[in-house]
Design a protein around this ligand. Structure first.
Ligand SMILES: Cc1cc2nc3c(=O)[nH]c(=O)nc-3n(C[C@H](O)[C@H](O)[C@H](O)COP(=O)(O)O)c2cc1C
Length: 218
């Protein structure tokens, strides 16, 4: 299978224009076949030893989403206290979730016990199953963008509370709670960059030759 020039352009365009969406969600439902395509892309992610440790919990209930939002509010208030005074107010001013605005939440989990205790590739570094599940999240995010759907990752929640709300067993790890839906607009740069929180780093400053802090390639 050869990727054509136009298809390659489309992949890079999708990557460049993927955004974390919080404020721009529209309430309209996403057709089931579109959700299925996006989840199929997630399920095609690489995984250590082909473990496929993920599950996807689709959350539409407003009541359930309100409980998650309530926990977000608590975690967000706690987080604000941890920023230095100069940054606290700016942190508080950011909208960092779209839990009630997006019509669908997707909780992506990792079953660390799937397919038995010994997994090809996870023997030396046990976290590889967690990293695999993050690959599924990224596939989902990019596929959603290709469908012109916005995704926002909400990590400002207490994991035990999220697990309790969604009935997730103790041995399962929650990797991501994602809000997904149609959007008014996709921003052309990260919102935190536009707000002056942090700039995008210069790629060249992040590349080393041969060794950590080795001479930089020109
Ligand atoms: C692991 C992870 C957790 C994140 N958690 C949150 C979050 O809780 N709330 C939020 O608004 N954005 C969250 N984000 C989105 C980042 O803020 C966003 O990716 C970053 O600012 C770059 O913007 P972009 O995704 O639009 O390019 C998260 C992103 C990742 C990868």
């Amino acid at each position: 299978m050869i990727i054509t020039d136009a298809e390659r352009e489309a992949v890079y365009k999708t990557i460049k224009w993927r955004r974390d969406v919080r404020s721009e969600f529209l309430p309209e439902e996403i057709p089931d076949e579109v959700i299925r395509r996006v989840l199929t892309a997630a399920h095609q992610a690489p995984s250590v030893g082909f473990m496929q440790p993920w599950n996807f919990i689709l959350v539409r209930s407003r009541e359930t989403r309100q409980r998650i939002k309530d926990d977000f509010a608590k975690a967000h208030a706690e987080a604000a206290e941890r920023f230095p005074e100069g940054r606290r107010e700016q942190y508080r001013s950011f909208k960092l979730e779209g839990i009630m605005e997006a019509p669908l939440g997707i909780c992506v989990t990792c079953d660390r016990t799937r397919n038995g205790p010994v997994v090809i590739g996870r023997t030396a570094i046990p976290e590889m199953d967690l990293y695999s599940t993050v690959c599924a999240v990224q596939n989902l995010w990019l596929a959603a963008r290709a469908e012109n759907l916005g995704v926002g990752w909400v990590s400002i929640v207490h994991e035990p509370t999220l697990k309790d709300i969604l009935g997730i067993p103790p041995h399962i790890v929650t990797i991501a709670y994602l809000c997904i839906g149609r959007v008014r607009v996709f921003h052309d740069a990260p919102e935190l960059e536009k707000a002056g929180w942090l700039p995008r780093s210069d790629l060249s400053s992040l590349i080393f030759n041969e060794r950590w802090e080795g001479e930089r390639p020109c």
